[in-house]
Design a binder for this molecule. Structure first.
Ligand SMILES: Cc1cc2nc3c(=O)[nH]c(=O)nc-3n(C[C@H](O)[C@H](O)[C@H](O)COP(=O)(O)OP(=O)(O)OC[C@H]3O[C@@H](n4cnc5c(N)ncnc54)[C@H](O)[C@@H]3O)c2cc1C
Length: 417
């Protein structure tokens, strides 16, 4: 792999080794493609308990891909999601998805982001084709001229040079790879903040995820595995307008716990916040294109959505499934992995899915983040209608599983030849 002590050659270089970037690296290396992943974050810090308190809903199709690339077997704990319940304030109309209506598989699994990062690090040990540079910045990316056939060149913060056929930008919403390529974005702020914390409760959650639309914004109660002491736990994603969220975040522990319980209700018995709280500003972002010369964007670098439906990372994982399939096929045919038609195939595959889901989550956020009476009545009727029309309900259930549309093979759980 090494050309000279200071220049190293890989087939692909990925800038950003978060949940999307490193998973993309693992998927490629597991299929025989050499890959460098560069992340500015110190991996030890990123694995720390205080770094990221989120718990991600991993849809069933995404889980099948993680299994097919050898990552899932390193996931230490995952809570199956058997039911999804959606309700609007105290309205009597609600939506209930029961997995048993469409089979015996769960909708997906709730996995702590910290556990997913641990699994990524464990998977690396078995992948000699993947080299992680972290903590490390990228000081320069030169992708050459289309048609020149020249490799792309990256210069890392310590002066190391990398040559590769394709650069993947997985460096999140503020992507410097995207900005450097001059790819414009459509973006806005929801003026909302997602407060995230863990709640220990007396009664079991039975694998049910609840989305409650409260006047201030969505309040999600997401099932987690029991802790080491056997306590039942759920993760909250509690949305508030930004100014109110700042005030809530600043409350002392006892008052924060009391505010949580006012919204949490009594259905889980005695309940208390355990551990730290985190907050995330909620924004929308969509890149005008996902590719450029010797460049592909994946994950939040390409599209960032509101967490209302727990789909942001799933979109990124679907990018990975499509891009991996395109690159593995290109390699089999002896094509240049950064060739325009290979990348166009990826972009075409992903565009409709990301645009539709981005628009739907944006619409739902606006619909459910206000308390205007006619809108409230209309959306409650909508929930009631979907709940009572079995074919429509089944379609939405399959959507929650990530099982609609023309799926890349990894999302069906197939390894690529
Ligand atoms: C409150 C909340 C709850 C959510 N819940 C869910 C859920 O249940 N299910 C779901 O599917 N999604 C969920 N999401 C969305 C999901 O968390 C994101 O879509 C996902 O984390 C994006 O991952 P990423 O790797 O693309 O980007 P990021 O997580 O932003 O990672 C980017 C990486 O790039 C690195 N980086 C950045 N710039 C550079 C640089 N210049 N050089 C080198 N490295 C760089 C960073 O260090 C980082 O590691 C949620 C989001 C929020 C806010």
């Amino acid at each position: 792999m090494t050309d000279s002590p200071d220049i190293q050659a890989f087939e692909v270089a990925i800038v950003g080794g978060g949940l999307a970037g490193l998973t993309q690296g693992i998927a490629l290396a597991a299929h025989g493609i050499s890959v460098a992943v560069i992340d500015r974050e110190d991996p030890d810090r990123a694995l720390g308990a205080g770094f990221d308190g989120r718990v991600s809903a991993i849809a069933l199709a995404s889980q099948r891909m993680l299994d097919a690339i050898g990552l899932w077997r390193h996931v230490g704990a995952a809570q199956p999601m058997w039911d999804i319940r959606v309700s609007d304030g105290d309205s009597l109309l609600f939506l209930h998805y029961d997995h048993a209506a469409i089979g015996d598989q769960p909708f997906g699994y709730m996995v702590e982001n910290r556990i997913m990062r641990q699994a990524q690090q464990a998977a690396l040990e078995h992948l000699p084709l993947l080299k992680l540079f972290a903590p490390m910045g990228v000081s320069r990316i030169a992708r050459g001229m289309p048609g020149s056939g020249r490799a792309a060149e990256l210069e890392l913060g310590d002066g190391t040079g990398l040559h590769c056929r394709l650069v993947i930008g997985a460096d999140g919403r503020q992507s410097m790879v995207r900005e450097g390529a001059g790819i414009r974005t459509m973006r806005w702020s929801y003026e909302q903040t997602g407060i995230v914390c863990t709640v220990a409760h007396e009664l079991p959650h039975e694998g049910a995820a609840q989305e409650r639309f409260l006047p201030a914004g969505p309040f999600a109660i997401l099932p987690m595995t029991d802790d080491a002491e056997g306590r039942h736990r759920s993760s909250l994603v509690w949305t508030e307008p930004t100014a109110r969220a700042a005030a809530i975040m600043a409350l002392p522990d006892v008052a924060f716990d009391a505010e949580m319980r006012r919204r949490f209700g009594s259905g889980y018995g005695e309940a208390h916040v355990v551990g730290p709280r985190w907050s995330y500003p909620l924004t929308f972002l969509h890149a005008e294109r996902y590719t450029d010369h010797r460049l592909a964007l994946i994950g939040d670098a390409a599209h960032g959505i509101h967490p209302i439906a727990g789909q942001g990372l799933n979109l990124g994982l679907r990018d990975i499934a499509a891009l991996t399939e395109a690159l593995v096929e290109a390699k089999r045919l002896g094509l240049d992995l950064g060739q325009a038609d290979v990348l166009e195939g990826y972009a075409r595959w992903r565009r409709t899915d990301t645009l539709v889901l981005s628009a739907v989550t944006d619409g739902l956020t606006r619909l459910f983040s206000n308390d205007i009476a006619p809108i409230r009545i209309a959306r409650d009727l909508g929930l009631g209608v979907v709940d009572r029309i079995p074919p429509l309900k089944k379609f939405f259930m399959r959507h929650a599983m990530g099982d609609v549309g023309k799926l890349p093979r990894l999302l069906k759980g197939e390894r690529l030849a």
